[in-house]
Design a protein around this ligand. Structure first.
Ligand code: GAR
Length: 206
């Protein structure tokens, strides 16, 4: 990534609703996040987030993963689209695909993900359901760098969210989502600001 803090270019990958994408768009709009979204890419044609992007004047494209024979071929296609738009940082925002070596190697320590639990608890799908079923009293949000380990990369930001006795998966997910929308733009800005390095699996200040 270039050291110039102005106009750094984000590529946002989505699969659905796109509320975290919207949080990034809003944070850029009100100056909390100093960046430009160069492109939004969905692996699903019906992702509502594509419309959110277009409504904000952002280029939004669909790369349906089934159109490529292997996961690596798909990841290479993503890399081509991101590089064609000079993307500096890739933000996964509800992108429900495992990302593999071609994408991770093309953007070393430059892919972020937001996950609705306090990792390493409850990685993978249905994190909010996992939290309810386990009976934890707190859960939360993790924003982390993406590595080859599923939901396992160095942690940038975590926020705690209470799990209430009468919570359903939906009520907990909604409470966590509010916190995701605050935490993700902050974490993206922290990474863009620099002054950090990866030490083992920890993100540390330099
Ligand atoms: C968010 O809760 C996000 O944390 C989660 O999917 C939702 C997407 O919502 N991501 C994962 O579970 C990734 N493992 P959105 O499309 O409204 O941003």
């Amino acid at each position: 990534m270039t050291p110039d803090p102005i106009n750094r270019r984000l590529g946002v990958l989505i699969s659905g609703r796109g509320s975290n994408l919207q949080a990034l768009i809003d944070a850029i709009g009100d100056g909390r996040l100093n960046a430009t979204i160069a492109v939004v890419i969905s692996n699903r044609e019906d992702a509502a987030g594509l419309e959110r992007a277009r409504a904000a004047g952002i280029e939004a494209i669909c790369l349906p993963h089934r159109a490529w024979p292997t996961r690596d071929d798909y990841d290479r296609a993503l890399v081509r689209e991101l590089r064609a738009r000079d993307v500096d940082l890739v933000c996964l925002a509800g992108f429900m695909r495992l990302v593999g070596a071609p994408l991770i190697d093309a953007f070393p320590n430059a892919i972020l993900n937001v996950h609705p639990s306090l990792l390493p608890a409850f990685p993978g799908l249905d994190a909010q359901r996992q939290a309810i079923e386990h009976g934890v009293k707190v859960s939360g949000v993790t924003v982390h760098l993406v590595t080859a380990e599923l939901d396992g990369g160095p942690i940038i930001v975590q926020r705690v969210v209470p799990v209430l006795p009468n919570d359903t998966v939906e009520s907990l997910a909604a409470r966590i989502l509010e916190e995701e929308h605050r935490a993700y733009p902050e974490a993206v800005q922290m990474i863009l600001d620099g002054g950090w390095r990866v030490d083992g699996r920890r993100l540390v200040k330099v």
